[in-house]
Design a protein around this ligand. Structure first.
Ligand SMILES: *Cc1c(COP(=O)(O)O)cnc(C)c1O
Ligand SMILES: [Zn+2]
Length: 421
């Protein structure tokens, strides 16, 4: 076994090397990544991480990044992380980028984890916390996934990408493509909140409005990508967005000083964040940094679009597409998740749960969160509070458990939902 001191070049971290707060695009230095290969989440087939990959060539399903965790655990410790860059790139051993020059960052991650006793008191929750993702670049946690995916795309030489989106992934893609100096094409439903359309234009990406839902935008991007050679970046049809979103799991662990909460409520669309956090917990456990105890993973969806809730409730292995999907929370207006089985797996493995809430309850929850705690809730984040209220009332969640709500974005993109009096 090699000593740490045998690896002087691997010891170089951006935090120490670079005098700016974030890893720069100017420094040609290897990261400490322990990326080994890509693996199919369903059939186990291995794929080469040094070439461009989308889905499994054997079975067509989602592929995920694998790392040498034995190597990673020698430097990935609470103590060493503490001194690193204040962004999700601090978790570099378990991020997929090989050269720091390729990291396309705007400082995503390391968001606030806030105790919210006043909000908890409204529903009898005595140990309630909000992970507030609204402070990310472009105002949502989409920044994490897109930063990781576009960085890897840049590392593999990609210069033109296509992104189907319910809104926020389009904003993030446009911003990070600008930062990377590459071209982005975004397609989103024509009834997406205007703020998200304006962001895409403002960051200089092309925008195609689609009369339909994110699934229709996906079909358009697939077709255009084939015709024009764009790299398509739909949720989980590209392996690295999950790697960015999994950092939410590392952050919870780090912010709770090496422990995990009892319950996590997550507003679920394509499920990247939930699948990502579950993967982060797998990696932490394999490195011996947590025990087998896991948070209960709870999916929250809107009553107007709840395919995962329906599949969980009926005990189905896969989720059927939802007809006529409709909700005021665009990020969870996803009628069919590509990795529905991975989402259902995480819920069931964790003894979790799934619940749907009405748009009216979401609206009330926005007001509850903002007025009691000063946290600017997006409708998706507010849905988690509405869901928790019902789960506690139905005794499906212990009110004294340590509970995390994910506020996945800022409320500022939703003037249509804000109080006017
Ligand atoms: C995309 C999005 C979600 C859903 O995230 P997934 O990880 O794709 O399930 C939730 N909230 C907001 C604000 C989003 O933009
Ligand atoms: Zn496969």
């Amino acid at each position: 076994m090699r000593e740490l001191s045998d690896e002087p070049t691997r010891q170089v971290t951006y935090a120490h090397q670079i005098p700016t707060p974030f890893p720069g695009a100017t420094v040609d230095v290897n990261t400490q990544t322990k990326l080994t290969h890509l693996e199919c989440s369903i059939c186990g087939e291995h794929h080469d991480p040094e070439t461009v990959q989308t889905t499994c060539t054997a079975c067509g399903r989602a592929i995920v990044a694998r790392y040498d965790l034995e190597q990673a655990k020698r430097t990935f410790t609470l103590e060493s992380l503490g001194g690193r860059v204040s962004s999700m790139w601090r978790y570099e051993e378990l991020m997929p980028i090989r050269n720091a020059q390729h990291i396309i960052t705007l400082g995503e991650g390391m968001t606030s984890l806030l105790a919210t006793p006043r909000l908890g008191a409204l529903i009898g929750a005595t140990n309630l916390w909000v992970k507030d993702e609204g402070s990310n670049p472009t105002g949502t946690f989409k920044a994490r996934g897109i930063s990781a995916a576009l960085s890897k795309a840049v590392e593999l030489g990609i210069t033109e990408v296509g992104m189907p989106t319910a809104g926020n992934a389009g904003s993030a893609t446009a911003a990070y493509a600008a930062r990377a100096g590459i071209t982005a094409h975004v397609a989103m439903p024509s009834d997406t909140p205007p703020a998200m359309m304006h962001e895409v234009h403002t960051y200089g990406a092309s925008l195609q409005l689609i009369d339909g839902l994110i699934s229709d935008a996906g079909a358009w991007i697939t077709k255009q990508s084939e015709a024009h050679g764009w790299f398509p970046m739909a949720t989980l049809k590209e392996p690295y967005r999950v790697e960015g979103k999994k950092t939410m799991g590392f952050e919870l662990w780090e912010q709770f000083n090496g422990t995990l909460p009892d319950v996590i409520l997550y507003p679920t669309g394509g499920g990247t964040g939930l699948i990502g956090m579950w993967k982060a917990f797998d990696e932490l456990e394999a490195m011996g940094l947590i025990g087998p105890q896991r948070p209960r993973m709870i999916v929250v969806q809107a009553e107007g679009c709840a395919p995962i809730v329906r599949a969980f409730t009926t005990g189905a292995a896969r989720a059927e597409p939802w007809e006529h999907a409709s909700t005021i929370a665009p990020g969870i207006r996803v009628p069919a998740a590509f990795a529905d089985d991975l989402i259902l797996h995480a819920i069931r493995e964790s003894n979790g749960d799934a619940i749907a809430v009405t748009d009216t309850a979401i609206q009330t929850a926005i007001s509850d969160i903002t007025r009691t705690e000063g946290i600017d809730a997006c409708p998706e984040g507010a849905a988690t509070f509405a869901g928790l209220q019902n789960l506690i009332a139905e005794r499906r969640v212990d009110p004294d458990a340590q509970i995390i709500l994910f506020n996945t974005g800022t409320g500022l993109k939703h003037p249509e939902l804000r109080s006017t009096s």
